[in-house]
Design a protein around this ligand. Structure first.
Ligand code: DON
Length: 618
């Protein structure tokens, strides 16, 4: 049963934002630590994997409630951009596209037009579609392009600078979502973003700190230094950040559509930068980029006489498969909460097995055959659960990828095949959720990969991704940013999408919209999203408690649990006694979710207090 607290009706425009963290750059440097990455694989560490000082601030106990629409994102200005569009009569998809473009302006670390993402749309009429606008490897990319003549992986090359950039998909994807399910023109939904880029917005403490933190990378590239470091003079909190080149680019896209980005002046500027400065992306790569609409993954569960349906992300995301595989394995496992060592133990063992399979089987489904049906089959889950010792940690040395298969008879597997429904024409990542008055919902996760991506800003004023590091840059060797071992099927090839962990997910209860979720955080995306679904669906937490609850992560290799500092020392000891290595983590994931109050129908915005998350509703 869900236990949802009912509060009095909110004011017409309800906003909650978190106080800005107060901390000095020096403190941060002291705390910067490389967590959870195996030795030798950590020349770079994504922002999500860097530790941060504890910031004393009060966490909200209640979600933000509204009767009509809600947007929960990393930035209040972006959530408000979405609400502005909802109030002008737009639906959740119009608002989501507005929010995504606004994030490209106000959250340069992750919001983007120079990266890619996934958007899961569930309409009140039951239609569900998954939009894949993941970046692809350029035509000139090769399997071993990051392996030096000495046979060693060059970690820096796949994570910073022009050669780390994959062909961006965001603009094509957002335009495709809008055309398919939106009701407004691109120019209307882009108007808040254009305004924010042109007129500027006040730089927050968080943004000023990020610019300082990212200075070594950003100052290597002239446009990045000029725009984000004020030419080396550095911004202070409260200064205004104006981005005229980005504003001009957004205006051209608003006027000419996505073709502007892929064939117009923006394409020429980007391809020109690449040719002059050692990148691989050509005009031809841009002209051939295609977003895709894929069949969503579905899984059904019955809990206390309620029918739950989990809608999640198909490959090239590994996340939906992983979350469904984990939920299947946990179906008959009693879960009491995260202060119960037994519950944590079981979920950790499930994560370990899911990540072992991820390493072996997941990749771009257009390039290899991913056994989605077997991996998400309830029969296979039963076999995997049987390998868990209920009392002791297993060792990742002994846990290897399984043999995924579907049931030969009886119940059908809970999956969709690798189906492309349609081709479009044409640490850092951020997740936001949108629900409108009609009950349409959007879960969106977009990424530049690392915080500030490749740290390169194109002449057209937008940061470019370093998504090439999500490929298996060298088989058998962990990737630079997240220490992930991945398969041969995920090696680099022209036009291929690198495997992702992004997991936008929507949960239905008795056929009605119930929960919209997802997270950034590289592989911890999968754990953070899974835990948010377990908290909501299995443990009956209200929306904000589901987000505030402590998080943990295990990715098979390295063989250790990442545990947020929110866990007690006693819990850590208990896990160690079971044979685990524990690595404390400042925070895991940034889940900006929306839950529907089953009694009142209110939209409950639960932004993640681990950062500046903010819900806005009306
Ligand atoms: O697609 C992926 O799995 C990664 N590029 C996501 C990176 C990420 O979440 C970084 N940070 N928060």
């Amino acid at each position: 049963m869900l236990l949802l607290l009912t509060l009095p009706a909110e004011s017409p425009h309800t906003v909650f934002s978190f106080p800005m963290p107060l901390k000095s750059f020096l403190t941060l440097v002291l705390f910067c630590a490389n967590l959870a990455l195996p030795l030798g694989a950590a020349a770079q560490a994504a922002a999500e994997f860097r530790d941060r000082p504890d910031i004393p601030k009060e966490w909200p106990r209640e979600p933000v409630r509204s009767a009509h629409g809600m947007v929960a994102s990393d930035e209040l200005l972006a959530s408000e951009a979405g609400v502005e569009i909802l109030k002008r009569g737009g639906n959740a998809v119009d608002a989501a596209v507005a929010t995504a473009f606004a994030l490209a302006v106000v959250e340069p670390a992750a919001g983007n037009i120079g990266g890619g993402g996934f958007m899961l749309v569930h309409l009140a009429n039951g239609t569900t579609n998954f939009f894949d606008y993941r970046e692809v490897a350029p035509g000139k990319a090769t399997r071993d392009m990051y392996v030096g003549p000495d046979g060693k992986l060059d970690d820096a090359a796949s994570t910073i600078g022009y050669r780390s950039v994959a062909v961006p998909g965001t603009v094509a994807g957002l335009a495709l979502v809008l055309k398919t399910h939106g009701t407004m023109n691109l120019s209307v939904v882009m108007s808040p973003a254009i305004r924010l880029a042109e007129q500027g917005f006040p730089i927050s403490e968080k943004l000023a700190r990020e610019f300082a933190e990212e200075r070594p990378g950003l100052q290597r590239f002239s446009m990045s230094s000029r725009i984000f470091l004020n030419g080396g003079r550095m911004y202070r909190a409260g200064d205004t950040l104006r981005q005229p080149e980005l504003a001009a680019t957004l205006k051209r896209i608003a006027k000419n559509g996505p073709a502007e980005f892929y064939q117009g002046q923006t394409a020429r500027l980007l391809a020109g930068d690449m040719a002059a400065l050692g990148g691989l992306i050509t005009l031809d790569d841009l002209a051939h980029y295609q977003p895709k609409i894929r069949a969503v993954l579905r899984a059904n569960y019955t809990l206390e006489e309620h029918r739950w349906e989990v809608l999640s992300s198909p490959p090239p995301s590994s996340g939906g498969v992983a979350v469904i595989q984990a939920l299947n394995m946990l179906q008959d496992v009693p879960l009491k909460g995260w202060d119960d060592p037994q519950s944590v133990h079981m979920v950790v063992e499930v994560m370990r097995r899911v990540f072992a399979d991820r390493a072996a089987f997941l990749a771009d489904p257009d390039f290899s055959n991913v056994p989605v049906a077997g991996l998400t089959s309830p029969c296979y889950a039963k076999e995997l659960v049987a390998t868990i010792d209920p009392l002791r940690a297993s060792s990742s040395k002994e846990i290897h990828a399984g043999n995924p298969h579907v049931c030969t008879s009886g119940v059908s597997a809970s999956v969709a095949p690798n189906t492309v429904i349609s081709l479009g024409e044409g640490p850092h990542t951020t997740h936001f959720s949108v629900v409108d008055a009609a009950g349409n919902a959007v879960a969106s996760t977009t990424t530049l990969n690392d915080s500030y991506g490749s740290h390169v800003t194109s002449s057209a004023g937008f940061l470019l991704n370093d998504e090439m590091d999500d490929f298996t840059t060298q088989p058998g060797v962990p990737n630079a940013l997240f220490g992930l071992i991945q398969s041969e099927a995920n090696t680099i090839a022209p036009g291929k999408r690198p495997l992702s962990s992004m997991t936008p997910t929507i949960v239905l209860r008795d056929g009605q919209l119930s929960f919209v979720t997802g997270s950034p955080g590289g592989p911890t995306i999968i754990s953070a999203t899974l835990l948010s679904v377990l908290n909501w669906m299995r443990l009956g937490m209200d929306a904000q408690s589901a987000i505030n609850a402590p998080r943990f992560h295990h990715q098979w290799l390295p063989d250790q649990i990442g545990m947020e500092k929110l866990f007690s020392a006693e819990m850590e000891e208990q896990m160690k006694e079971r044979g685990y290595q524990v690595k404390r983590r400042g925070h895991i994931g940034l889940v900006n979710a929306i839950g529907i109050d089953v009694k009142t129908g209110e939209r409950c915005g639960a932004a993640d207090p681990r950062d500046n998350g903010a819900s806005a509703g009306y």
